[in-house]
Each structure stands twice: as C-alpha cells, then as structure tokens.
Design a protein. Structure first.
Lengths: 312, 533
C-alpha cells in the first residue's frame, strides 16, 4: 500500500507543474493588459506612462519564461502576490474564504451520503418495485433542477412561507441547511442512480451466488460484499464532485449570501483580479489532484486488486 | 477495525460541518447594555477597509457613515456649512479660507482641527495621480493650517466647482490621527476607520456583515437608532425575500432589488415605498468617430427611432422618468429649453432615406453603397438592466432598418472598449449630484472615457474641450452659464447622446420605520433621522 501511495504522489509532481504552466499561459493569453487592469482598479488613469511603470513593477516586461519561473518561485513559497482590488495577500484571502466553502461542502457531502447510500441500495434490492420507480422519478427531477431555481423554491417554502429556516447568511447549523441541501440534491440524485446500477451489477456476480451457497445471511452479503464493491465507482466519481463543491458553488453561495470561495472568485473574475484568478486556478487544481489521490487510496483499500495489480 | 474507520470518517465530516456554526450570532457589539434600536439594511458588497481617501473596494455609503466633509451639498445645488462653519474666497478666486467648527471630535475622542485637516489633504495630494479624475485635486496647489481652526486651500487657478467637490464622499474627508499608518501614506491603507461622522464601525466580518454604532462624540444631530447593521447579500432576490421575512428593515438605493420586486412591494400595500427625484441620467453614447454613426443623420435618426416611454414602461415598470436631455433640467446650468428628439419612427426612416441609407424590398436592413447599416452595441453582460435595454433597443431599431450587433462582455473588456472607442453605441450614466454637470463634462476631455471617444468625430470637438476647460476656470456666473449652454446644446444638436431615462433611488421599508428621506447626493444613505417605532 505504501509503495502504491508513494508512486501516486510522485506522479502528481509533473501533473502539478503542467497545471501551473497552463494556468500561467492561459492568464497571459487574455487580451486585457494586467497592468491596465491594476491601474483601473486602483482608480489611476491608465496612461501610457503609468502602464509602463506598473508593467516594470510587475515584471511584465521580462521574457515570458522568466516571468513564469519568477512566479513559480514565489508560488513554491506560497506567495501568490496581492489582490489588485483589496491589496491583501491572495493566500490569506483564499484561506479566509475557504473554511466557509469547506463547511458547506462537508454538509452537502453528508446529505448526499445520507440520501444516496440507503436509497441507492434499496432501489437495487427492490428493483422495479413502486419504491424504485418513485426514486427513479425523483432522481431525474433532482438531477435536472437548476440550483438557482431550487435555491429560491427552498427559500420561498421553508424560509418565507413556513419560517423554519434562515434565508441567508452563515452562523448556526440552521443557516447551513438550505444551501447544503440545494448543493446536495443534484449530486444525491446522480449518486443514487450510480449506486443502484453498481449494486445491480455486483448482485449478479458469481461471488454473490457463492456467498448465498455458503449460506451467508442476505444482509451480510449486501453490506459486506455487494455494497463494498459497488461503492468503488461511486467513490471515484465522488472525488470529482467534492472537488466541484470545494471549488465553490458560485450560484448557491451568491443566493444564500454564503461567504465562501465561490463568491470571492466570481467577483475577482469580473474585476480581472489576475493574482487571485491565477492562485485560485492552481489552488483548485491541487485540491482536485489530491481528492483524486484520496479516491484512489480509498478504492485501493476497498479493493486490494487495484493496489496489488498496480504493484505487479 | 472497519467500524472504527467509518466512525472516524463520520466524525471528521461532522466536525467540519459543525465547525462553521458558531451558534446564533448576536447583533450586539459586545457591550453589556443591549442596544435599544437596531436598524438592519443590506448591501451587495463588503463595505471594504473604509479608507476615506481611496475608492473601490470601499463602499461610498459606508465611507459617508464614518467621515464628514468640509461642506455639504444641499437641495438645488446649494453648498451648506458642515465641518467648516463658514468660508471666504479671495477676489482672484484662488484662496479659500475655511473657519472650522470647534466642537468636532473624532470617534476616538481626539479633536478635529486645521492640523489634522491639513494632514488629510496632504495625504490625498501626495497621491495626486490616483485622483486625477477629480479636477479639484489637480487644481489644489497647497493647503495651510492658518490657525487652529482656520484652513486655507490655495488653488493653481480659480476653480468654480471647488465647494461642490469638497462635499464629495471621497477622497477629501477626514481620518483621525490614530487611523493614519506610520508613514502617513493612506494610499497603502489605514490603521482604523476613525472619523467625525454620525456612525463608527463597531463590528465587522468580511463579506458577512458590518455593524455601525452611534459615534458618541458626534457633533451634529444625534442619530435616532443606536446601531445600523449592514448585512452583505449579493443577490437582489434574496434581499427582497429577506426584507419580506423581516430580516431587513429597509432597502435603500438603486439596483439593490429588481424593479419588478419593487413594484410588487409597492402594489402589495403592506410596505412603505418611496421613489426619489432624478438622481442621474441613463444614456447611450453614440460614436461620432466610427462607422455609420459618423454621420449626423444616422445619429439623429437613432434619436427619433427609439420609443423611450415604451422601454420605461416595460423594463422600468414606469418607475423611471423619460429623459430628453443629457442632464435633467434640475441640474445646475442645464435648464436650457433644448428641443427634445421625439419618438417618430417615420421621421427616423425618412432621415435615413435622405441620407442614402435605403431599404429595398425583401431586405431586412438598410444599405448605402453596399454597406449594411449595422452598429456595434456594447454593454456590460453582468448588468441585467443594460442587457434588457440592449435587447429591447435591438428590436426597436430593427423597425427602422438598423442592424444592431449586441456585444455583451464582462466589465474589464467593456471598459477597454470604452477606452478604445471600439463601439457605435455604449451605455453610460451621468454621475449624479454633486458631480453633475461639471465632473462629467470635465471627463469628456479624457481619452480613456467613452464620452471622449464618442465625441472624437465631431468637427467642433477641440472647441468643446476648450470651452470645458474655460467653464471650469470661469469665475463669472453669467459667462459660465453661456459656456455650459454652448457645450450642452452642441452635444444635443450633434446627437452624440441618446438620453433614455432619469434614474432614481428607491426605498422600501416596513411600516414601523419612519423618517426615511432621500439625499440630493446619489450615493448617500442618510440614516441620522430614521427611527424605529
């Protein structure tokens, strides 16, 4: 297992370097000059002289590869520069907003697990029954509802009409319910169907037949053997979904006034706040890569064939 | 073992979920005495570091809560005493001597006097480049503390809008000594927002809320509520629901909720609603230096081809007022009796025909010498009002055979287009009081502004710019009026601006809230008189 993890970690280095290069190049392909953006956001008229001064200050006159290595050197030291808008260090800002997003993502994850595992398992066990059909319809509805629409429906019913939950903001557990539910419902619908399909595939495997022949209890077969195997594709897909949740659900954070990364990055994109955009892109790439790594490790734990096969 | 692992993972997830929930947060400042009256409002953006000498991300309404100006802009453009109780102007118009009030303290208890006022002026003047858009800063030569309560501002030239611009929310308001950074350069930030205004910042959580308490040392009328809580809600619909739920007491300003929501609140009869008088003008700048809009006839045809009232009724729910001139007649020097371009699609068509732009049978749009009458219409994609207006105008102008290419872009690209003049039509809005008309007119000389680009093709552009420079330095009231007459009537005749509507501020509040008033300044939220019954 140790070798498997070590090999996966080493393989991340070129991936991260590639991402850093891509992030850097993409930002420099955007037609608007960062020096001009900086001046405009600082309310300084972007005259040719002022632009020239700022370009020199930012090192934008250097060759592109030199700029990349300068930037990379700072990044390695966790220095992403300062935001053009707030003038605060970007890393500090990201770390300020990230806990709120992490909080929301974790709550959503919990809701997704609480819905998708029991519903997915029972839908598979009671295939084609009324329960399965109803769950199928609900899953389709859940997966197709746009989050901005769902947000307002939930706010309207649970907050405005029934006055059960707060409509916006962060603070208590109650504040978390509506945004987390909005974010979770779509994913829960997808994972319910994914788990159901995976369960059905595994229920038809020979090992289930042998287990039954050995006289094992049906509950034990489902939980210990079928569910364990069925979870593998779900866990892999989950790595990606969690990544999306951590990237900040822009719409949900805006509608519910949730002070997370999503809101921060959207305003930065509108302002063309380049240091923030660059740092965010790299930061999220690292998050995705790490989540993938964790998903692989969990899969390898669930299914020894993955790590053993890899070691051969 | 596996059960333990599962338990561990579950506990971890729960810990992260619960970690962000610190229990119900009180709106109190931590004082032991419970505030009696707390007014809750909301704003789409964080209030910012509240630096009186800088711009974005500082929010103007919040800067105005904390910091005072030397003079105040009143109804009808009158300039009233504020921190300065009186002033005199030298005969050559270059020296303004202000006598400061002697009963003014900052919110930390320190005294306001000419020395600290000079320190604030100097902090702004040392960064002149940042304030270049404001002619007042360009024109100030130096500032002297001529006595403990006597402040002298010496100008390079006589500059008539000096008093109006001294009433602005930024950048010339006053920070207390303890708020200055060690090197005195406030362009790099302030230590704390300490001002002489009616409110002081007592609690703040970035991007979540800001709480302003009554400044105990405030020299003016004592605010009737103890605290103002500003909740940051980016979405207008959420704001409207929060208001309906009673989470907010008051919504005040422009663009905070959709006009549809406002009209619903107004028609429900359950809440109080108010609409201010005109605060600014929404207009289209028509580029006289690019493509078909180089032709005067095309620009005039566009003026006649737009049914503004229909746009106002359908997009603004009748809340805004049709605009016929760049500045409303209530704006100083702007009541010139200019002849409006009335909506007349037939007239628009015939003007285009006469100019050689013909529409033959079967063709959707007009042509002249094989060139299609098509115009690039640039707008900010994030602005819902601009988007709706642009789409409606596209339909309107199609009726007279003009093809509109809509170019919706994010803000920086849109601003780039303004600067480069790569548009035929672009949205604009006047700056409102006390900037209008002189600040907008002044900016017309700056190439980075859309106004400059739009006017660049006018044969008399150099004359217009010269008259603008002249009017700003003029000391004779009658001469000034004549210069404005030339500038504004020339721009009107040349049809480089298509005024659409006079925008307004809106207020929605619950029935227990009283004394809500509008201020002549567009960006102020005057809460000193507001009370909760």
């Amino acid at each position: 297992m140790g070798r498997f993890v070590a090999r996966r970690i080493i393989s991340l280095v070129p991936v991260l370097l590639g991402i850093s290069l891509l992030t850097f190049v993409l930002i420099h392909l955007v037609p608007v000059d960062p020096a001009e953006v900086y001046l405009r956001l600082s309310q300084i008229p972007p005259t040719d002289e002022a632009v020239a001064v700022i370009r020199a200050e930012m090192g934008l006159n250097k060759p592109l590869h030199q700029q990349y290595f300068d930037w990379l050197w700072k990044v390695v030291h966790l220095d992403f520069g300062k935001s053009f808008v707030t003038k605060k260090p970007v890393m500090a800002e990201l770390l300020y907003y990230f806990p709120a997003t992490l909080n929301l993502a974790a709550a959503s994850l919990l809701i997704v697990l609480l819905i998708s595992i029991p519903v997915g398992v029972f839908s598979a066990l009671y295939k084609d029954t009324a329960f399965d059909q109803i769950c199928r319809i609900l899953a389709f509805i859940g997966a197709s509802m746009p989050s901005f629409w769902l947000s307002f429906v939930l706010i309207y019913i649970l907050s405005l009409e029934l006055n059960l939950l707060p409509a916006f903001g962060r603070g208590t557990l109650a504040h978390l319910v509506l945004p987390a539910t909005t974010l979770a419902l779509g994913a829960a619908a997808v994972y319910t169907r994914l788990l159901r399909t995976s369960m059905l595939e595994n229920l038809n495997q020979n090992f289930v037949l042998y287990a039954r022949a050995r006289g094992l209890k049906e509950k034990l077969i489902v939980v210990r053997h079928v569910l364990k195997n069925a979870l593998i594709p779900v866990v892999i897909a989950f790595g990606m979904t969690l990544g999306h949740m951590l990237a900040g659900s822009v719409i949900v954070e805006n509608v519910f006034a949730w002070p997370g990364v999503g809101r921060y990055i959207v305003s930065s994109i509108f302002n063309r706040d380049y240091p923030v955009i660059q740092a965010y892109a790299l930061f999220m790439a690292v998050v995705f890569v790490l989540l993938n790594l964790f998903a692989d490790i969990i899969c390898a734990t669930l299914d020894p064939r993955i790590r053993l096969g890899g070691d051969k | 073992m596996k059960t333990k692992k599962l338990l561990l993972i579950s506990v971890l997830i729960l810990a992260v979920v619960v970690s962000g929930c610190g229990g119900s947060r009180s709106t109190a400042t931590g004082d032991k005495t419970e505030p009696k009256k707390v007014l809750t409002i909301s704003w789409p953006l964080d209030v910012g570091p509240l630096n009186p000498h800088l711009y974005r991300p500082n929010q103007m309404f919040a800067q105005d809560f904390i910091y005072d100006s030397l003079v105040e802009y009143g109804e009808g453009g009158a300039v009233n005493p504020h921190l300065a109780e009186s002033w005199s102007i030298s005969p050559d118009g270059k020296i303004y001597t202000f006598t400061l009030r002697q009963d003014v303290y900052f919110s930390d208890g320190s005294k306001f006097n000419a020395q600290i006022a000079k320190k604030n002026f100097d902090a702004v003047l040392v960064n002149r480049e940042r304030h270049k858009w404001l002619e007042l800063v360009n024109q100030i030569d130096k500032v002297n503390a001529a006595g403990q309560y006597t402040l002298e501002i010496i100008f390079k030239n006589p500059y008539y809008p000096a008093l109006q611009e001294l009433s602005l929310i930024r950048p010339l308001r006053f920070l207390g000594e303890a708020g200055f950074p060690e090197d005195g350069n406030t362009a790099e930030g302030v230590k704390a927002p300490i001002g002489t205004g009616p409110w002081m910042l007592s609690e703040y959580k970035q991007n979540e809320y800001a709480i302003f308490s009554r400044n105990p040392y405030y020299w003016g009328r004592r605010p009737k509520v103890d605290q103002v809580v500003v909740k940051i809600i980016p979405d207008g619909e959420t704001r409207a629901i929060a208001f309906e739920r009673g989470d907010l007491d008051l919504i005040f300003g422009s663009g905070l909720i959709s006009l549809h929501s406002f009209s619903q609140f107004r028609d429900s009869g359950k809440y109080q609603t108010m609409i201010s008088g005109p605060v600014a003008t929404r207009f289209l700048a028509i580029n006289s230096n690019r493509g078909p809009t180089r032709e005067h006839a095309v620009r005039v045809a566009l003026q006649h081809g737009v049914n503004k009232q229909s746009l106002i009724d359908s997009i603004f729910y009748g809340i805004e007022v049709k605009a016929d001139t760049l500045f409303s007649p209530q704006v100083p020097y702007s009541d010139l009796g200019l002849q409006p371009y009335e909506y007349d699609a037939g007239k628009a068509k015939s003007i285009l025909e006469s100019a050689g732009w013909v529409q033959t049978a079967g063709q959707e749009f007009r042509q002249k010498n094989g060139q299609l009458l098509e115009l690039d219409f640039s707008f900010d994609i994030a602005d819902d009002v601009q988007k709706a207006l642009a789409e409606a105008l596209q339909g309107e102008l199609k009726k007279i055979g003009v093809k509109i290419n809509l170019i919706g872009e994010e803000r920086q690209s849109y601003q780039q287009r303004q600067k480069e003049g790569t548009f035929n039509l672009i949205f604009g809005e006047t700056w409102g009081a006390p900037y209008d008309p002189h600040s907008l007119v002044s900016s017309m000389r700056v190439p980075a502004h859309a106004d400059y680009q739009a006017q660049a093709g006018l044969p008399m552009k150099a004359a217009i710019d010269a008259k603008i420079t002249e009017v700003l330095l003029s000391t004779d009231e009658r001469e000034r009026q004549e210069l404005y007459r030339y500038i504004l009537s020339t721009l009107h005749e040349q049809a480089v601006y298509l005024p659409i509507s006079y925008s307004t501020n809106l207020a929605v509040f619950h029935n227990n809230i009283t004394e809500v008033l509008f201020d002549p300044q567009k960006f102020r939220i005057p809460l000193v008189d507001v009370d909760i019954k």
